[in-house]
Write a protein that binds this ligand. Sequence first.
Ligand code: ADP
Length: 199
Amino acid sequence: MTSTRLLIVGPQGSGKGTQGIRIADTFGVPVVSTGDIFRANIKEGTDLGLQVKAITDAGDLVPDEVTFAIVKDRLEQPDAAEGFLLDGFPRNVAQVALLDEFLTGRGEALDAVIELNVPREESLKRIALRAQEQGRSDDTEAAIAHRLDIYERETAPILAVYRSSGIVDTIDGVGTLDEITERIVAALEARGLARTAAA
Ligand code: ADP
C-alpha cells in the first residue's frame, strides 16, 4: 500500500489553494486546509470561529496549540489514513515539530513538500484581484502585507527543515493553472507517487 502524504507551501496569492485541490484530486487524497477550516468555523459562528475571527482578520497566526488540535483531529479521520494534502499547516518551525511528532508516533512521514515559487509583485496582484472577487475579510491591504511578512519570516524557514530531508520540490508558480498543475504532478511522479486510476 503506498501512501501519499503531501504538504503545499507558498506565499499568499501563490495559488496553493487552487493547486492543492487539483493535486489532492489527482492523487486521491483529501485536502486539509487550516484556512478553510477556520473560515468555515467563522461563517458558522462556532466557538472556534469566535475565538479566531479577530486573529485571522488581522493576519496574525492562530496559536499553535489551537491550530494543531484541529489538524490532528482532521488527520485522525479515516479518509486521511493513507494520505492527505496539507495546505496552511505547518506555518512555522514550532508547528513542523508538532506535526513531525504526531506523524512519527504513527510511523508515518511526509512524502513530499511542494514549494510554489511566485514573485512578491505577482502575489500582490493576485490577492488584490481575489479581494475584489471574493471579499475575504482578511484581504485588506494591511492584513495582506502582514501575512506576507509572516510568510517570509516564519513560514519560509520551514522549507530548510524539509530540504534537509530531501523531500522539497520547488515549482515555478507562474504560468497557466494547467501548466503549474502539470509541473507539480511530474515532480511527484518522479518521486514514485502514483496518481489514482480515475484521475
Ligand atoms: P493565506 O495563505 O492567504 O494567508 P490561509 O487561508 O492559509 O490564507 O489562512 C488564513 C488565516 O488563517 C491566516 O492568516 C491565519 O490567521 C490562520 N491560519 C491558517 N493556518 C494557520 C496555521 N497553520 N497557524 C496559525 N494560523 C493559521
